[in-house]
Write a protein that binds this ligand. Structure first.
Ligand code: 5GP
Ligand code: ZN
Length: 113
């Protein structure tokens, strides 16, 4: 398996892990775009949003819930933050393992695209 994020899950690539449970893992982005930039992923390899099935929908709720908890822990719940999931080439997805970005700690751009 040459997926970078699967290798982070397996502990083969070191990362600053901030949270993990049976289903998800969260770590600091290696190339942060904001003072707080975390990546929250399912441990199971799902390539992108387009590969989600109905049964995976609780997993997405879980990712959002963990992101909200981490935003509190990182002290940005009050100031505000952004959750982003890029999907596919034109959506800006570089790593083909579904992941959610948690960004905050500065005023984020109001331009989304
Ligand atoms: P994407 O553009 O696919 O939505 O985002 C992928 C993110 O993963 C990027 O923000 C990138 O900096 C981050 N990333 C890529 N490789 C690694 C890595 O080996 N470790 C960590 N911690 N983050 C990574
Ligand atoms: Zn993977």
């Amino acid at each position: 398996m040459n997926c970078i994020f699967c290798q982070i899950v397996a502990g083969k690539i070191p990362s600053e892990i901030l949270y993990q449970d049976e289903k998800v893992i969260a770590f600091r982005d290696i190339n942060p775009q904001a003072p707080i930039h975390l990546v929250i992923i399912p441990k199971r390899h799902i390539p992108s949003l387009t590969h989600l099935s109905e049964e995976d929908l609780p997993l997405i709720g879980h990712l959002v819930n963990i992101a909200n908890q981490l935003a509190k822990k990182e002290g940005i719940a009050e100031s505000g933050y952004r959750l982003v999931i890029n999907c596919g080439k034109q959506g800006g997805q570089l790593v083909p393992h579904l992941h959610m970005h948690l960004l905050g700690g500065r005023q984020l751009s109001d331009i989304l695209g």
